[in-house]
Design a protein around this ligand. Structure first.
Ligand SMILES: *Cc1c(COP(=O)(O)O)cnc(C)c1O
Length: 232
């Protein structure tokens, strides 16, 4: 299967999921997760209309940013180390993986130097998995309140990585929980917080995430096929 055919399928599935829950397809934005994939694969997706790409490594994102067209919106979806923030603050459209005040403060510092405002999502470990990054559900509000005080950062919403499951329905409760935290924060009316985006759902569970309110879904395998990792 080629990338164009895969994209057709994913887009049809998005339409179906939106129809099921009465949402407009324009409410759900597809991020093509291109990590580990060669530039030629990104070019194919770009030719088929993709403008949102997700990467999880700073060096790879910077390289692809440099060689790909400038109208792409780059999404940093992976764990971000503070010492690497400086390489991406002026290149990314949205950082999905902010899970500590220290990381936010580093983003603030680098954004101020460059006189830019950085859009971020707060990553929440809704399922409470030990192996995962993300702030605990019950600490999300207080983290959002603290980050909101940083003038060069705009909090745009929340992100989660649900557990790996065989039956996507098992993750419905986690998507619903993230949505609930999001709605609770909206009701707090915090200055400098713009709760507009819910980044949730990957290849295995994006349809369920859409029916629970996802505004961004992050699909890698479903578009580009399986990833090959070097065996170390
Ligand atoms: C790799 C990755 C994805 C995409 O995963 P697939 O299962 O291949 O769709 C989505 N989100 C994050 C944070 C990822 O690291």
């Amino acid at each position: 299967m080629d990338i164009k055919e895969n994209l057709d399928i994913v887009r049809k599935n998005i339409e179906t999921a939106c129809a099921v829950c009465g949402r407009g397809t324009d409410e759900v934005k597809l991020i093509a997760v291109s990590k580990t994939k060669p530039v030629s694969a990104l070019e194919e997706a770009y030719a088929d209309g993709c403008r949102d790409f997700g990467e999880n490594k700073v060096q790879e994102l910077v390289h692809k940013y440099e060689v790909m067209p400038k109208d792409i919106r780059w999404h940093m979806i992976g764990h971000l180390q503070r010492n690497k923030v400086k390489y991406i603050v002026d290149k990314v459209y949205l950082i999905h993986s902010v899970d500590s005040l220290r990381l936010a403060q580093e983003i603030e510092k680098e954004a101020e130097k460059r006189d830019v405002c950085v859009n971020i999502l707060v990553e929440v470990n809704v399922a409470g998995e030990e192996s995962k990054f993300g702030t605990a559900s019950e600490e999300t509000l207080s983290l959002v309140e603290k980050i909101a005080k940083l003038p060069h950062i705009r909090v745009k919403g929340l992100m989660t990585i649900a557990p790996y499951v065989v039956d996507a329905e098992e993750n419905r409760r986690y998507f619903a929980k993230l949505k609930q935290i999001y709605v609770d924060i909206i009701h707090k009316n915090i200055d400098n917080v713009f709760m507009e985006e819910l980044s949730m759902g990957m290849t295995g569970d994006y349809e369920v995430a859409i029916t629970e309110g996802a505004t961004y879904i992050r699909v890698g395998t479903g578009i580009f096929g399986e990833r090959e990792y070097a065996v170390i």
